[in-house]
Write a protein that binds this ligand. Structure first.
Ligand code: HEM
Length: 397
């Protein structure tokens, strides 16, 4: 039975604002590291209407592996009941499973590998565009553009729309954009997805959208709402993540000469570098909605509360990883939850890894060593998907 409101004791309390804590804006990974060191493994904060936060790997895994008690139905804190379904991410089992099974074949490594030559061409084209300059603002010039090209290719967007699409995407994910403008951009994106669905219904092509339209799902075809929901989630999931992983990775590489040299001289080490950088610079804190009174690692939590799971905590646990603050390639296993854990583990994991590997390989070959510009003041974005707002890089031409 649910505990009545006056009897609910939400303890221990530790104040932490995952969106705009000044420490997050100053350096998001340092802020989460301090949280891991100083905060209790499970705590209550009054920020954003009040919610729980977990800071140990055990507590994080417990939440992620029990969707029966910790639901994905609201992907925000505070929960937004108006939020449309995001298939499959906002669905819980058993509803989640058939959608996941439907989508899985399109994201398995054997479906993703054939995209490699095109991904390589995009990386080369973008890096060639800045190579002679000897400097660039990485997030704008490369990081935010590269996944857009890959996404358009995969989904079958006409490439004549690239400039429009890229501009919309770059603005959409810019944290400074006002709420009304973001709504306009959302409508624009939904309009573009809708037009693509209509075009592929009329004339199917060899792309993901055409395949999803034709797919058989529980003895029928997906309806329009389902298709739009899947496409919009892919848009959010695929475009605002790879850019952040690359930006945090490039920031580290700029300061770690030994690792950079390894990347340049030994391309076979790059997939390992990609994973170790994902572990050290995990950047997703995912929310869950608590569906019954229960405990997380011995702390009582209540039905109707939300809990934030910073995925960083899994890869930073000393029990799983020796000296987790260090970036090392000689670890026997690189354990982390940068791509999630449990039923919602990232569906785009092979695509994301391939994009990052190809990007670093191409950069190593075409540009080689690089550094951050001396006088820059880095600014970070908090929230559920954390980002570096800008990163000025320089290299010798
Ligand atoms: C470095 C890049 C990426 C990172 C760090 C990342 C991270 C994640 C995480 C942490 C989750 C689980 C969220 C949760 O448990 O609530 C997730 C789910 C998901 N991701 Fe990714 N992602 C990346 C790239 C991509 C790409 C490129 C795509 C596809 C275009 C993609 C598609 C998805 C989908 C569809 C889900 C939902 C899976 C489900 O609910 O079953 N992701 N991702």
């Amino acid at each position: 039975m649910a505990t009545s409101a006056p009897e609910r004791r939400r303890e221990p309390v530790y104040e932490f604002d995952y969106v705009s804590d000044p420490a997050i804006i100053a350096d998001v990974h340092e802020a989460y590291w301090q949280l891991k060191q100083k905060a209790p493994p499970v705590f209550w904060t009054s920020a954003h209407g009040g919610h729980w936060v977990v800071t140990s790997a055990d507590a994080a895994i417990e939440v992620l592996r029990h969707p029966d008690r910790f639901s994905s139905r609201f992907l925000s804190i505070p929960p937004n009941p108006q939020q449309p379904r995001m298939i499959p991410e906002s669905l819980d089992p058993p509803e989640h499973r058939p959608y996941r099974q439907l989508l899985r074949p399109y994201f398995e490594s054997k479906a993703i590998e054939p995209l490699e030559p095109r991904i390589r061409e995009w990386a080369e084209q973008l890096i060639d565009g800045v190579a002679a300059q000897g400097e660039c603002e990485f997030v704008d010039a490369l990081g935010s553009r590269f996944p857009v090209s890959v996404f358009m290719e995969l989904f079958g967007f006409p490439l004549e729309q690239f400039d429009f699409f890229r501009a919309t995407v770059v603005e959409y994910f810019n944290a400074q954009v006002a709420m009304e403008r973001r709504m306009e951009l959302t409508m624009q994106i939904l309009g573009t997805l809708n037009a693509l669905l209509e075009a592929r219904r009329a004339e199917p092509q060899d792309d993901l959208v055409s395949k999803l339209i034709a797919a058989e799902f529980e003895g029928r075809q997906l309806d329009h709402e389902e298709l739009m929901s899947i496409c919009f989630l892919m848009f959010l999931a695929g475009l605002d993540t790879v850019v952040n992983a690359l930006s945090f990775g490039m920031r580290h590489l700029a300061h770690d000469e030994a690792l950079r040299t390894r990347m340049i001289e030994d391309p076979a080490s790059i997939p390992g570098i990609v994973d170790e950088l994902m572990r050290r610079y995990t950047f997703v804190s995912t929310p869950r909605y608590i569906t019954q009174d229960t405990e997380i690692a011995g702390t009582k939590v209540y039905e109707g509360d939300s809990v934030l799971v910073p995925l960083h905590m899994v890869g930073w646990d000393e029990k799983l990883t020796e000296c987790p603050a260090e970036v090392r390639l000689d670890r026997p296993h690189c354990r982390h939850a940068g791509f999630g854990s449990g039923v919602h583990t990232c569906l785009g994991i092979h695509l994301a890894r391939l994009e990052m590997t190809v990007f670093y390989e191409t950069w190593a070959r075409k540009i080689g060593h690089f550094r951050t510009s001396a006088d820059q003041h880095l600014v970070y974005r908090g929230g559920s998907v954390q980002a570096l707002e800008a990163l000025h890089l320089e290299w010798n031409t």
